[in-house]
Design a protein around this ligand. Structure first.
Ligand code: FMN
Length: 375
């Protein structure tokens, strides 16, 4: 491995396409389910994101490119003028606070409910329901029905929704777009064979199953240039009832195809959730690094020491932090001083108001009552 990153640490700057990042820390995309009516970003969102502008790069919570792409209550969109205006306040606040921000663009596919879709069924590559998965609607937790398989003729509309979403994100002032190809949502559903039993050009071979993801990445790049496009993948994750018969081949193919596209980055979630497979395939970032010479972001349970180890080994160029950034607006400064960290409060992850959103204290503000501190 001959990464230019080798030997560096989290506090070294990094050139990400046209963006100069002040450090190697990324705020991971985090759904917070606090959008306002019309799925407009919360009025608190500019404060929430700018509080975390110590990150070299912020990736927003997953944001639906179209109304059909929604699967949970109060997730923001980027398909209406009000949503674009709401996001503009966020990008302005983050830029004023000295960081850069990408929008994570998604379509949930089968992980949805007719309540979000005017009574229509969710769409997916094939009519296969996720087992044991529910979603939060306005009336609480509901079972997810068996989705409807998209007609071949409908697939270009999905690509167009992502392209339009990217154009809207550009209008809202984002520095780039992260295509959400992870965690069992629509693009991942096409990619992995447990959810894709199509017989057209979007199913069957890995080339066919990867086609939609690649078309979406190209469409988004046609709007803002490939050096402002990232793609997130989660090889090995069983979240949302995902499996693949040959995950190493599937993800190797995709990673190699993406490597040809000169993207801003590939963002891998490392995970050990997949039920035991024999022999256990190597789905680590270390393995995929050998296939991907461009900028690699890794996420998944990182702390300061582990992050510095992967950077120093040259396995990744940037490291994303999810729950730690959620609970520590000044995470980079805390890491720099090796200060104690606030512990994330799970009960306020999704929905609600300011509590657990914009009230996690900085080091100067001291510990929040009821929030434990870990050293
Ligand atoms: C509350 C919460 C919301 C999340 N929302 C998203 C999301 O919108 N998009 C996404 O790709 N991953 C999402 N994730 C996954 C995180 O981005 C990250 O990959 C995961 O939390 C592992 O990193 P960590 O151990 O540093 O938290 C979410 C995770 C949490 C805890």
């Amino acid at each position: 491995m001959n990464s230019p990153t080798q030997g560096t640490d989290l506090f070294a700057p990094y050139q990400l396409g046209p963006l100069h990042l002040k450090n190697r820390m990324v705020m991971a995309p985090l759904t917070r389910s606090r959008a306002e009516p019309g799925n407009v970003p919360s009025q608190m969102a500019p404060e929430y994101y700018s509080q975390r502008a110590g990150a070299g790069l912020i990736v927003t919570e997953a944001t639906q490119a179209s109304p059909a792409g929604q699967g949970y209550i109060a997730t923001p969109g980027i398909h209406s003028d009000d949503q674009i205006a709401g996001w503009k306040k966020v990008t302005d606040a983050v830029h004023a606070a000295g960081s850069h921000i990408y929008l994570q663009l998604w379509h949930v596919g089968r992980i949805s409910h007719p309540d979000f879709l005017n009574g229509e069924l969710p769409v997916a590559p094939s009519a296969i329901a996720p087992r044991g998965v529910q979603t939060y609607t306005a009336d609480g937790l509901k079972d997810i029905p068996t989705p409807r398989a998209l007609d071949t003729g409908e697939v270009p509309q999905i690509v167009e929704q992502f392209r339009q979403g990217a154009q809207n994100a550009q209008a809202a002032g984002f520095d780039g777009i992260e295509v959400h190809g992870a965690n069992g949502y629509l693009l991942d559903q096409f990619l992995e064979d447990s959810t894709n039993q199509r017989t057209d050009q979007y199913g069957g071979s890995v080339e066919n199953r990867a086609r939609l993801l690649i078309e979406v990445a190209d469409a988004v790049a046609s709007v803002c240039g490939s050096d402002r496009v990232g793609v997130r993948l989660s090889p090995g994750s069983a979240f949302n009832d995902m499996r693949d018969s040959h995950p190493q081949q599937t993800f190797s193919y995709v990673v190699e195809e993406l490597a040809r596209k000169d993207l801003a980055y590939l963002h891998l979630i490392e995970s050990s959730q997949r039920p035991c497979e024999h022999p256990i395939p190597d789905l680590s970032a270390h393995y995929f690094r050998t296939l991907y010479p461009g900028t690699l972001i890794v996420a998944g349970g990182f702390d300061l020491e582990r992050a510095n180890r992967v950077l120093q080994a040259g396995v990744a160029d940037l490291v994303a932090f999810g729950q730690l950034f959620l609970a520590n607006p000044d995470l980079p400064e805390r890491f720099r001083r090796r200060a104690p960290l606030n512990v994330p409060k799970r009960e306020t992850f999704y929905g609600g108001g300011a509590e657990g959103y914009i009230d996690y204290p900085t080091m100067q503000q001291g510990p929040l009552s009821g929030v434990q501190v870990q050293v």
